[in-house]
Each structure stands twice: as structure tokens, then as C-alpha cells.
Design a binder for this molecule. Sequence first.
Ligand code: NAP
Length: 288
Amino acid sequence: MSSAIINGKEIGQEIRKSVAQRVKKLKEQGLTPGLAVILVGENPASKTYVANKQKSCEAIGMFSELIKLPEDISEQTLLDRIRELNTRKDIHGILVQLPLPKHIDEDEVIATISDEKDVDGFSPVSVGKMMLGQETYLPCTPFGVMKLLEHSNIDVAGKHAVIVGRSHIVGKPMGQLLLQKDATVTYTHSKTPDLPSFTKQADILIVAVGRAKYITAEHVKPGAVVIDVGMNRDENNKLCGDVDFANVDGVASHITPVPGGVGPMTITMLLENTVQAAEKTIAHDKIN
Ligand code: NAP
């Protein structure tokens, strides 16, 4: 029997509909949520990601502003542009598309985005708050994975979640969010010996490695939930995940496809975070 598909496209659409309703409500109060997206240089993949983010904002009635900066921009000028956006009333979220050119310190750039507008949830303050379970903007991809699980009625409490990958933007925060929902979490990475001996123990297996079709049936416990964060190109230049879908299909109880799994959720959660940031300014204005 085939594994049940966790359809991120459908779940994402459902969430976007409710986010669009909130945008409508905000607009009736005279406020249009606004996202500023900074793109440095001409990286083709970054350009595509940014275009998708802008299109998604516009589709639900949000304002989005693309700030295109040259590859050779100085770090100081970039930081000044961010500080200026930090003060703008029409901008509620700021996103700097990564990676940045080598001469720019990414950590410094991210730390300069004000906490109130860090809708990517990457700044040290946002990460610290997330670790402490305090209210903050959650990093969009792991946040999206949590929503996929929730919408698929997969309760993570008491389950063993194994994460493959420990990047700052996916693996590490993913484990934290699962831990907060009472999963028992194991992290694995490139220095983990005998990876299948760990992944085979997973009730929930989350894969964020960046290697096409790397995870096969030998890594998966029968009946496990498999979430594939990977986005790669296969030998035919077709988009594929880190999981060999055809090989794992039927072993896992549930699986996310690529495309149409985690991918659509990342932008959805960016919209959610930006609308939340706009809603907070209204709540804040009412108090003051
Ligand atoms: P990353 O920063 O390159 O991190 C990859 C992680 O995988 C590292 O922690 C690395 O371990 C680990 N790893 C590498 N080879 C391994 C192996 N053989 N066995 C076990 N672990 C191994 O990548 P990322 O940013 O987390 O992204 C991962 C994938 O998700 C990529 O395909 C990316 O395109 C995709 N992605 C998708 C979305 C989305 O919206 N769907 C969002 C973000 C990323 P070390 O730490 O030891 O090096």
C-alpha cells in the first residue's frame, strides 16, 4: 500500500486563505501589511525565490517591496538600508535573501534587522526566544513543517523524532519546535556514523541534508512519518527531495512529496509571520 501523501500545496492554500482574511481585516482598519525583500547580486536561484515571495504577498493583498542591490555593495551601505527599513511604518517584515556575497558578514546583517520585523526568525534574539519558548517569529521552514504535521493530525508528543541535518535555518530549529511539542529528539549530521541505525528508530523522520534522493527504505522504520525538506535537482534536472520517494513510498505511513510538500509551506509561514507583525503594530498602537 502506498504511503499517505502530506499535501503541502493544499495545506498551504488553506492557511493562505485564512491569512488573506486577516489582511482584509487589517486593510479595513487602514493598514496594509508590508514586506521588504532585499536581494543582493544576481544569484538566479535567489531571484526566483524572491519573485515567488513577492508574488505570494501580492496574491493575498499584501504590499511587498523589492530592494535590489548590486553584488559589490558595501556591508555598511547594506546595514544602513536595513536600519532605514527598521524605522518605516509601512514595512512590517524585512527579509534579506541569503546567501550574501562573501565580503558581507551575514550574521551582522541578520542581527541588524529589528526583532519586531524579523519575519524570517533568523536573528540571535528570535532564535534565543524560540529556544526559551517565548513568543517570537518562528523560522519559516520548520514552522511550516509543524503546521504540516498539525494539519495532518500527526501528534508528535511522546514520539521519537530524528532530524537529519543541523543547519541554523532548518535542522536545529526543527528539533527545538518538536521538543517543545514533547517529542523526543535526536539530531544526526554528516559526522554521524551508521546513519540508518538512528533514522530507523524514528517515528517521525525529518530530512534536511541537501543531497538528492539520499534517504532510502533502509533508513526508514515501517510506519514512520517522513518529512522531506530537501530541494535538489536530479540527474534529469528534475526537482527532487533528499528522500528517494519511490523507494520509501509504502514503507512510511505518511510522506511529503517534492515538489508540493514542505516548499509551499515556507512562503506560507513567511506571509503568516508578516501579517502577525502588522497585527502587532495595531495592538501596540492601541495600548500607547
Ligand atoms: P545545509 O546548511 O547545507 O545543511 C545540511 C545539513 O545536512 C548539515 O547539517 C550537514 O551536516 C548534514 N549532512 C550533509 N551530509 C550528510 C550526510 N551524508 N549524512 C547526514 N547528514 C548530512 O542545508 P539546509 O539549508 O539545511 O538545507 C537542506 C536542504 O533543504 C537543501 O536541499 C535545501 O535546498 C532544502 N531547503 C528547503 C527549504 C524549503 O522551503 N523546502 C528551505 C530551506 C532549505 P554537517 O552540519 O555536519 O555539515
